[in-house]
Design a protein around this ligand. Structure first.
Ligand code: NI
Length: 186
C-alpha cells in the first residue's frame, strides 16, 4: 500500500521515534509499504516518520543508484544504533520530505550499524560510500534531524523562506536541477 510522504515543515519530522518492541506481522506490513512508497518516489531510503509513523524503522535500497544493472538490494533496519563511524565523505544529498533541496553534505565514510532485520534477527550492517550516507541520513530522521538542520543558519533560513512561498506559488517553481550527478534521495 502506497503511503503519503510527509513534507517539511510538518512537526512529525521533528520528533524522535520510539523503539520497536516486537517485530510482528504489523511491522513487516509497514516495512513492505515503506519499500513500495520509497520505490514509487524514486527514493534510495525512507524512514518511518516520513510516512507519519514514530517508530525506529528505516528502509534502504542503494542498489538502483550504485550499479548500472539497477539491481535491487533492499535492507530493512529496525532499532538501529551506530557501533562505529570513521572517515569523511561528501555526497549530493536530497530528501523526499524536503522538496527542491539537493546539497553536498559531509558524512562519515564508513559506518557499522547494529539493528534488527524484518525477521527480528540481530544484524550488523557495514556501510561504505552511498550506503554509509544513506544509513546516516535515515537514522537522523529517527532522531528528528533533517538535512536542512545540518545546513548553515543562512542556508536553512533561505530554504525555509523559499518553502513558505512555494505553498502559494507551487505551480511556478521548476523541478530541482542536479549538475553533479545522481543524488541520494531519502
Ligand atoms: Ni530524508
Amino acid at each position: 500500500m502506497l503511503m503519503k510522504i510527509v513534507e517539511y515543515p510538518s512537526p512529525i519530522l521533528k520528533q524522535s521515534c520510539n523503539p520497536v518492541e516486537s517485530v510482528n506481522a504489523d511491522i513487516r506490513k509497514l516495512i513492505s509499504d515503506m519499500f513500495e512508497t520509497m520505490y514509487a518516489a524514486n527514493g534510495v531510503g525512507l524512514a518511518a516518520p516520513q510516512v507519519g509513523i514514530q517508530k525506529n524503522i528505516v528502509v534502504i535500497d542503494v542498489g538502483r543508484l550504485e550499479n548500472e544493472q539497477t539491481k535491487p538490494d533492499p535492507i530493512a533496519i529496525i532499532n538501529p544504533t551506530f557501533e562505529s563511524q570513521e572517515g569523511k565523505i561528501t555526497w549530493e544529498e536530497g530528501c523526499l520530505s524536503l522538496p527542491e533541496l539537493i546539497v553536498p553534505m559531509e558524512r562519515s565514510a564508513k559506518v557499522i550499524v547494529n539493528a534488527l532485520n524484518a525477521d527480528g534477527k540481530a544484524v550488523k550492517i557495514l556501510g561504505e560510500q552511498l550506503l554509509a550516507v544513506a544509513l546516516q541520513h535515515e537514522i537522523d530522521h529517527l532522531e528528528g534531524i533533517l538535512l536542512v538542520d545540518r545546513l548553515s543558519r543562512l542556508k536553512r533560513e533561505l530554504y525555509r523562506k523559499k518553502q513558505s512561498k512555494r505553498s502559494t506559488l507551487e505551480e511556478t517553481i521548476a523541478p530541482p536541477s542536479n549538475p553533479v550527478g545522481k543524488p541520494y534521495l531519502g
